[in-house]
Design a protein around this ligand. Structure first.
Ligand code: FES
Ligand code: FE2
Length: 380
C-alpha cells in the first residue's frame, strides 16, 4: 500500500476513534437465509463463482524455485501447480492421461512427474515424455496426451488459476486497481510457514462473513483479541466485487505523538482484502495469512478452509520460528474455537425456520457488499 494511502487511512481511523463511530452504509441489508442453505443457489455459485473466474491458489512463495510443484485440492479440483525451468508459473489438472490417476501428491521439486499407476512420465512442462510398452499405445499420439493445462498467472505475488480447461483467464477489471496496492506488499518475497485445512459445518459464505466486521470483537472475542483491537471500527473500501477492511490496533493512538510525515501506519492496523469470491488475504504486522474458503460440492451447509501463514524470507531463527508458530496458533485458536462454533450454530439455526432473512446493520457495510456481489454474479 502506498504511503499516501496509509496516511489517509490513519486519518480516517483516528477520526472514527475520536468520534466513536465508523462510516455507516445507507440502509440495513436483509440477507435471505436461503442463500446459505439452498442447493440451487450452491449450484449457481459453483458454476459462476468457482469454475468461471480465476481462483487465487496461493502466493508465489509456494513455488519458490524452478522445478517446484504443489498439488491443490481445496477447490474440489485436482490442481497441479508448477514453477517451470524459466521461472514461469503453470498449472495443470493432476490427472494422468492414461487412465486418470493423480501424477503428484503433496509438494516438492523435480524435473517432472511419474504416474504411480503405470509409470507414464511427464515433463515439468506437462508433455508426455515416456511410457512403458510404448508400442501398445502407438495409436495414441504422445503429443495429444500431455497433462491438461489450465490458464494461470502470477500477479502481485499471488498465484491464479482459471479452473475450467480451455478457458482463458477472466479477471475482473477491478483487480487491476487492487493489484497496484497489493504489489506494494512485495508478497512474492514471502514464504509459507504453515498450512492448516479445516472442514466445518457451515456454508462457505458464512465462514467468510466471520472476517467482515469488528462489531463482534469485544463480545465474542472479549477474552482474546478485544484487548488488541478497536471494537466496531474499520474502514471499508470496495474495488468492484473485491474489497478492503482496515481495523486499527489500540496502539494506533501512538501516532498522535508523532509528526504526520513520520507515521508508520501498517504496524498499527490489520488489513483484510477479500479477493472475490473466496480469498481472504490478511496483512498483519509482517505476516500474511491467506484464507482460501471453498464450498463443499455436495452440501451447501459445509465448507473447506485452507489457511496458510506466510512470513518474510529472512525469518529462519528458532526464536522467529517460535514467534510465527505462536501467531499461527493464536489465529487458529480464535477462529476455530470462537468464530466457527458460532457460525456452525447459525447454520443449524437456519434450518429451524426462525426467520427468512438475517440483517446486516449500517455498521456492517462489508457484509452487505459481499452478499450483493454474490447475488449480482449468480442472479439470485
Ligand atoms: S494411469 Fe497413469 S500411467 Fe496409467
Ligand atoms: Fe471473529
Amino acid at each position: 500500500m502506498q504511503k499516501a494511502e496509509q496516511l489517509l487511512l490513519a486519518d480516517r481511523l483516528l477520526d472514527y476513534i475520536e468520534r466513536q463511530t465508523l462510516q455507516l452504509s445507507d440502509e440495513v441489508y436483509r440477507q435471505p437465509v436461503a442463500e446459505y442453505t439452498d442447493r440451487a443457489q450452491a449450484a449457481r455459485e459453483h458454476t459462476v463463482l468457482f469454475r468461471s473466474q480465476p481462483l487465487c491458489v496461493g502466493l508465489s512463495g509456494d513455488l519458490p524455485a524452478p522445478g517446484h510443484y504443489a498439488t491443490h485440492d481445496a477447490a474440489g479440483l485436482p490442481l497441479l501447480l508448477t514453477r517451470q525451468e524459466d521461472g514461469e508459473f503453470r498449472a495443470y489438472l493432476n490427472v494422468c492421461r492414461h487412465r486418470g490417476a493423480r501424477v503428484a501428491e503433496g509438494a516438492g521439486a523435480g524435473r517432472g512427474f511419474v504416474c504411480p499407476y503405470h509409470a507414464w512420465r511427464y515433463g515439468l512442462d506437462g508433455r508426455l515424455i515416456g511410457r512403458p510398452e510404448d508400442a501398445a499405445f502407438a495409436e495414441c499420439d504422445r503429443a495429444d496426451h500431455a497433462l491438461t493445462p489450465l490458464a494461470a498467472a502470477e500477479r502481485a505475488g499471488l498465484l491464479w488459476v482459471q479452473p475450467t480447461p480451455g478457458q482463458p483467464l477472466m479477471f475482473s477489471t477491478h483487480l487491476a486497481a487492487l493489484e497496484d496496492e497489493l504489489a506494494g506488499y512485495q508478497l512474492a518475497h514471502f514464504q509459507p510457514f504453515g498450512t492448516r485445512t479445516l472442514r466445518r459445518a457451515l456454508n462457505w459464505k458464512l465462514a467468510l462473513d466471520t472476517f467482515l466486521e469488528s462489531y463482534h470483537f469485544c463480545v465474542l472475542h472479549k477474552d482474546s483479541i478485544c484487548a488488541t483491537f478497536h471494537h466496531n471500527l474499520a474502514t471499508f473500501d470496495s474495488y468492484g466485487s473485491h474489497f478492503r477492511l482496515v481495523t486499527p490496533r489500540r496502539t494506533i493512538a501512538e501516532l498522535r505523538q508523532l509528526p504526520r510525515e513520520d507515521w508508520q501506519v501498517l504496524p498499527h492496523v490489520v488489513v483484510i482484502y477479500v479477493l472475490f469470491p473466496n480469498t481472504v488475504l490478511v496483512w498483519q504486522g509482517a505476516q500474511v495469512e491467506l484464507w482460501q474458503i471453498f464450498p463443499d460440492a455436495a452440501d451447501p451447509t459445509r465448507s473447506l478452509l485452507q489457511l496458510t501463514l506466510y512470513t518474510p524470507t529472512s525469518t529462519i531463527t528458532e526464536k522467529a520460528r517460535a514467534h510465527w508458530q505462536r501467531n499461527l496458533d493464536l489465529v487458529l485458536h480464535v477462529v476455530e474455537n470462537e468464530d466457527f462454533p458460532v457460525g456452525e450454530g447459525i447454520q443449524r439455526g437456519f434450518a429451524a425456520g426462525a426467520q427468512s432473512h438475517i440483517v446486516f446493520g449500517l455498521n456492517e457495510a462489508a457484509l452487505a457488499h459481499f452478499h450483493q456481489s454474490v447475488s449480482a454474479a449468480t442472479g439470485s
